[in-house]
Design a protein around this ligand. Structure first.
Ligand code: GCO
Length: 490
């Protein structure tokens, strides 16, 4: 059906049929959905000996501020859209908020010791804009900068390289009140905030990421309405796409102007799609445009695809003319300012039906939007290499939630998931993809957005009553991979 949100998208429950995730993995693909035929990738089998990674490959773990920090109103932090949404929308599965989360604000030393035990070379985390600039413009909150300075020093002491995300969806509420991302001025507000951060921490050698998953923030937040700020307006979502990308470009320019150490780039979540019906080629092309090229093309080619937005099945159902009118002269040049690194979040693939809806073609994790297909990672990375200019790539997120039947810290499904994805990463490197590191999502169980605390994505179990941390079996398994810089067959 034209004009509606896809039935099966990231963080939307799959409702089209009775597919059930059982024990973390759905039993079968759906009746009526043929299994896709990525013949070449499906036939690849990992070698019988361990696959080694290049020297210097960065093994890491990732988190984000709102999901772990807590301390939502401490030391001058202002409110963000996620505080508001969690408190008032009634859309969080367990009615929870990030007010305390994993209390990382007070327990970061314990958490950094976990990183050290794990043996990672890199840690990806985000800065909360409302901690640093509580109203999103004007006054700086020194205590916010001090908190992050402590974190950066704590990482340096442990010889762990920071990968710093400037924005992981926690927009200061006053910026939302002024219109949020559909308002062009938000891009300027963001660039000012980035300038503050670069002024404070520009001497830190890090991988800097501008915005995390502008797609999820725009689509889930402004179109599907299941994330903050909870709107359901496709035109607002399209504007949020453009203005986030503009903010990205302005931030890259600020990074260069301030001579910040390290490299900068965006974090994009990308999803290989394939037709679940042989007649759905056009719909699949549209979904690919909407999910992937709408973000890759402007950043890496300086142009928007023409098939992402419109009234055809599989497109973002916004008005293309209205979208075009937002794109001012010079915007695409700004957005395509040369980047030093591309962050890619990979969680799986999707099928596309005749309606342009995303449908299930592979088993899912307990996050029913997550269709597990490790060869899709190879497909995605080699596609980027083939179709775009060369840029170093970091996998900035990749992971799976606990199995429903899981007892505490025993998580064999996560070990299987990570192993198969590490193997596909090694395979992509062998094929010449400039992949330089892999950050597992996530270091800790945390506040999983609209799922609240009902989905646990951590390598480390967190008891949210006592805040006790307990490494899961996958944590120990991952540390052996890191130590060997190689992934062994099962
Ligand atoms: C994202 C975010 C993370 C999520 C993770 C699991 O990719 O959506 O970066 O915040 O928690 O992806 O859904």
């Amino acid at each position: 059906m034209t004009g509606s949100a896809p039935s099966f998208s990231r963080r939307q429950l799959f409702t089209a049929t009775g597919a059930m995730a059982v024990g973390g993995v759905a039993l079968a693909t759906l009746a009526g959905c043929s299994t896709p035929a990525p013949a070449k990738t499906a036939m690849w089998t990992p070698p019988a000996t361990p696959m080694a990674f290049p020297k210097g490959y960065v093994w890491g773990a990732a988190t984000s501020a709102y999901q772990i920090e807590g301390a939502w109103n401490i030391d001058g932090r202002g409110p963000s859209v996620w505080d508001t949404f969690a408190l008032y929308s009634g859309k969080i599965a367990d009615g929870s908020t990030g007010e305390v989360a994993a209390d990382h604000y007070h327990r970061w030393k314990t958490d950094f010791d976990l990183l050290k035990t794990l043996g990672v070379g890199g840690y990806r985390f985000s800065l909360a804009w409302p901690r640093i600039q509580p109203t999103g413009s004007g006054a700086i909150n020194q205590k916010g900068l001090d908190f992050y300075k402590q974190l950066l020093d704590g990482l340096a002491e442990r010889s762990i390289r920071p990968a710093i995300t400037l924005f992981h969806w926690d927009l200061p509420q006053p910026v939302q009140d002024a219109g949020g991302w559909p308002n062009r001025d938000t891009a300027n507000r963001f660039a000012d905030y980035a300038d503050i951060v670069f002024g404070a921490f520009g001497d830190v050698d890090a991988d800097w990421f501008t915005l995390n998953e502008p797609k999820t923030h725009a689509f889930n937040g402004y179109w599907y309405g299941n994330h903050a700020p909870g709107l359901t307006d496709p035109n607002a979502a399209a504007a949020a796409v453009h203005h986030q990308l503009l903010a990205h470009g302005l931030t890259v320019q600020a990074f260069d102007a301030q001579g910040v150490k390290g490299r900068v780039g965006p974090v994009l979540n990308l999803t290989p799609v394939s037709a679940s019906d042989p007649a759905a080629a056009d719909q699949t092309k549209n979904v690919d445009a909407r999910e992937n090229r709408l973000f890759l093309d402007p950043v890496l080619k300086g142009s928007y695809p023409t098939d992402a937005i419109g009234t055809e099945n599989g497109q973002l159902p916004a008005d293309p003319a209205q979208f075009a009118s937002l794109v001012k002269e010079g915007d695409l040049k700004t957005i395509s300012s040369p980047i030093g690194v591309l962050g890619v979040n990979y969680y799986g693939v999707a099928g596309v039906d005749l309606n342009g809806d995303e449908v299930q073609i592979h088993p899912t994790s307990t996050a029913e939007w997550e269709q597990i297909w490790a060869p899709g990672l190879y497909t995605l990375l080699t596609r980027i290499k083939r179709e775009y200019k060369k840029v170093p790539i970091l996998l900035t997120e990749n992971g799976i939630p606990d199995d429903l039947l899981q007892d505490g810290v025993d998580d064999p499904q996560r070990i299987d998931y990570l192993r198969s994805h590490f193997q596909q990463a090694a395979r992509a490197i062998e094929a010449g993809v400039p992949l330089e590191g892999h950050y597992v999502w996530s270091l800790l169980d945390n506040f999983e957005w609209a799922e609240g605390y009902t989905q646990r994505w951590g390598l480390t179990h967190v008891d949210f009553t006592t805040q006790k941390r307990t490494p899961k079996k996958s944590f120990h398994w991952y540390s052996t991979v890191i130590a060997a810089n190689a992934v062994a067959p099962k």
